[in-house]
Design a protein around this ligand. Structure first.
Ligand code: 48H
Length: 255
């Protein structure tokens, strides 16, 4: 027998229990694009309590759309190890490799979930918590509240480290720049994303993946935007490598 109230209770209770159990995380990841999902897998695999908040209904960020909505992505040789770890198939084309963007996103999500990363969709990070000049958590609200412009106060989740994986708009870094002051860049400010130069962008993104303020790390496209590096178009190896790199840096810091 199917009982509607039982269905409702099962959904609400498990969701609330999971959120309650996530309020004191080891790591919070802001944004479920490729770099956030890769970071989520490796951090959860290392035994950390990892919570990923994604504003949209679906995680995957800019990867679903491939290049100009042709559902393919390109990755370079250096990222094939990560592709293999997520069981994403690829085919050699010239000096690079091409994959289905749909398969790639779905397997990144699957690998991230299987490793134990908690993913909450439809929730936006709208602020951070700072104690003694160190980011120690995030301030969250339903994305629908944000979209509708309702005046509803947010709630908080604490973390030993926060990762800004929000892509081009690097939203968490912008909040910290505005409210806390000096970031760890050459000017103390966000340097801004530069125009397309795929080779340079891909070679810089891993180096730009690092702590940008005590307790706050930046990965993926947000890392290049923070440190004044170019964009790269629909080549995603750098995003995957950046996700793995940020997981290493965070583990070194919090262990
Ligand atoms: C919760 C948020 C918030 C918030 C945003 O853009 P993404 O795919 O990010 P990356 O860095 O993993 O990958 C970038 C890649 O997709 C890309 O855009 C490339 C390679 N571009 C090159 C080029 O030349 O254009 O994902 C970020 C995610 C999205 O899903 C957002 O909805 C989400 O973060 N997000 N979630 N709270 N405040 N802000």
């Amino acid at each position: 027998m199917i009982e509607e109230i039982e269905i409702t209770k099962a959904i609400i209770k498990t969701s609330v229990d999971e959120l309650m159990d996530s309020l004191q995380a080891d790591v919070v990841i802001g944004g479920g694009g490729p770099s956030g999902l890769v970071a989520g897998k490796y951090l959860a695999q290392a035994g950390k309590k990892v919570v990923l908040f994604e504003r949209k209904l679906s995680v995957g960020g800019g990867m679903w759309g491939g290049g100009m909505m042709f559902p393919k992505i390109v990755v370079q040789k250096e990222a094939l190890g990560i592709m293999d770890e997520f069981s994403i198939k690829y085919e050699k084309k010239g000096s690079s490799y091409v994959s289905s963007s749909i398969e790639a996103v779905s397997k990144l999500i699957s690998g991230c979930c299987d490793a134990g990363c908690r993913i909450f969709n439809c929730i936006s990070i709208e602020d951070v918590m700072i104690r003694e000049n160190c980011v120690c958590g995030v301030v969250i609200n339903w994305s629908t509240v944000e979209i509708s412009g309702l005046h509803v106060d947010p709630v908080t989740v604490s973390a030993k480290a926060v990762i800004d994986a929000t892509g081009h708009p690097l939203e968490i870094c912008k909040i910290v720049e505005r409210k806390a002051g000096k970031l760890d860049t050459s000017t103390g400010k966000i340097l801004g994303e530069r125009s397309m130069w795929a080779e340079k962008a891909e070679s810089m993104v891993v180096g730009n993946t690092r702590q940008i303020f005590p307790g706050l790390y930046v990965s993926g496209m947000a890392a290049n935007a923070a440190f004044g590096a170019p964009r790269m178009g629909p080549i995603f190896g750098g995003m995957l490598l950046s996700g793995k790199e940020v997981s290493k840096k965070v583990l070194e810091a919090i262990d």
